[in-house]
Design a protein around this ligand. Sequence first.
Ligand SMILES: Cc1cc2nc3c(=O)[nH]c(=O)nc-3n(C[C@H](O)[C@H](O)[C@H](O)COP(=O)(O)OP(=O)(O)OC[C@H]3O[C@@H](n4cnc5c(N)ncnc54)[C@H](O)[C@@H]3O)c2cc1C
Length: 436
Amino acid sequence: MRVIVLGAGIIGVSTAWHLLERGHEVTLVDRQSDAALETSFGNAGQISVSYCEPWACKGAPLQILKWMFRKDAPLLFRPQSDWQQWRWGLAFLGQCNNAAFERNVAQLVALGAYSHQALRGLVSITGIEYDRLERGIAHYFTSQKSLDEAAHAAELMRTHGLQRQVLSRDELLAIEPAFRGFGERHIVGGTYTASDESGDARRFTQALARHCARLGARMLFGRTVHGIEVAGAEVQAVHVSAGNGEDSASNDVALKADAVVVACGAYSAPLLRSVGVDLPIYPGKGYSATFDILRPEAAPWISTIDDEMQCAMTRLGNKLRVAGTIELAGFDTSLDTPLARARCEMLARRVEQVLPGVCDTRSQAQGGQPHYWTGLRPATPTNIPFIGRTRVGKLWVNAGHGTLGWTHGAGSGKALAALISGERQPIGGFGFCGMT
Ligand SMILES: Cc1cc2nc3c(=O)[nH]c(=O)nc-3n(C[C@H](O)[C@H](O)[C@H](O)COP(=O)(O)OP(=O)(O)OC[C@H]3O[C@@H](n4cnc5c(N)ncnc54)[C@H](O)[C@@H]3O)c2cc1C
């Protein structure tokens, strides 16, 4: 089959790879000059199969309301005059109850387990290096109340077969001594999952894209998708910029195939809506800061989640990345607004608080080399992605991976490639939702 994959983030590239493995002829299209230059570029790097709870839970609405006026709030809803945002918000509220939470967790666990297997398989075949650390993920708490709630969550995860241990402060600091100074004063305890891991999503995705090219994929970088042409209820062509520097619709080329996969991250929603496929995917802006490690012996090896600031910290080679927060405010990727600056500064401040002197957190004005970045999570109200066939003939989707696209990337690509190839339902317990 000839398949066009739109979008070369972790999801599109993984889909392309698994299609090639099954013998399909693949064309991969992206508007950027390489793979993983948008949301898959600077994420927190966590393969967090065991920490997969969605944001939507019983306590979320009140918490979000409390956070609404705090610039450094972990989740910030900034109301816009955008019907899609309000619709998404209402659907999110509909998921904020115990029954939906447990149902969503079950599906995310199933996809996570399948995806971890797929990632291991992919790494063993390709040998890709991406600053991988198989040291687990630890979640530390500075409030006893939050730790007690985390113990309940750990119990729930154990019912799904995930080994999330609850640790005292001393046990936690024995596993990751880098936090000792801060921990002895502030940490009350934590949870730990030994089987989780971390690594650089950008390095991985770009390397996998090279493997796709080697397997014969046609790589169309620097090419913007302007539209999908549908007639007779099926896709006729994809209209893509010609790639000669002129990004205008009048200059487009039409690509034809037996199947088209939309894997454009948060931008999948408007593209699909243009052909009548309406999916609740909304951009959730997040930030990361990457710092040079000055004292490698004092830097953490285990990837962590800081409960108080709701950010994650991961060692990637000789750098430390801290990432987090979510802002629901449309397709805005600016880093130079007062709000964006406040959020980036919060990340740098937190690194200095928990690991004083370990990284070079100085601003550029002070002579430092911090790398600040922002990306749009393709968020769904459930945090469950859409993987499967749409009601338009020949049109498939792999999008909406929200906070877990790196964790679920390898498996989502494999699952969709299996479905396109007519293999039976690839993931037990995961619902391939009907898409209208
Ligand atoms: C701050 C932050 C931290 C995160 N941390 C983690 C983590 O620790 N673990 C985890 O599992 N996940 C994490 N995530 C989530 C994860 O990064 C995303 O879910 C994932 O990168 C989404 O991948 P994608 O391929 O769907 O989207 P993208 O990477 O955005 O890829 C979509 C591609 O489509 C292309 N595209 C879009 N529109 C068009 C068009 N019209 N024409 C041509 N090309 C187009 C874009 O150029 C882009 O390359 C984090 C996200 C953020 C923001």
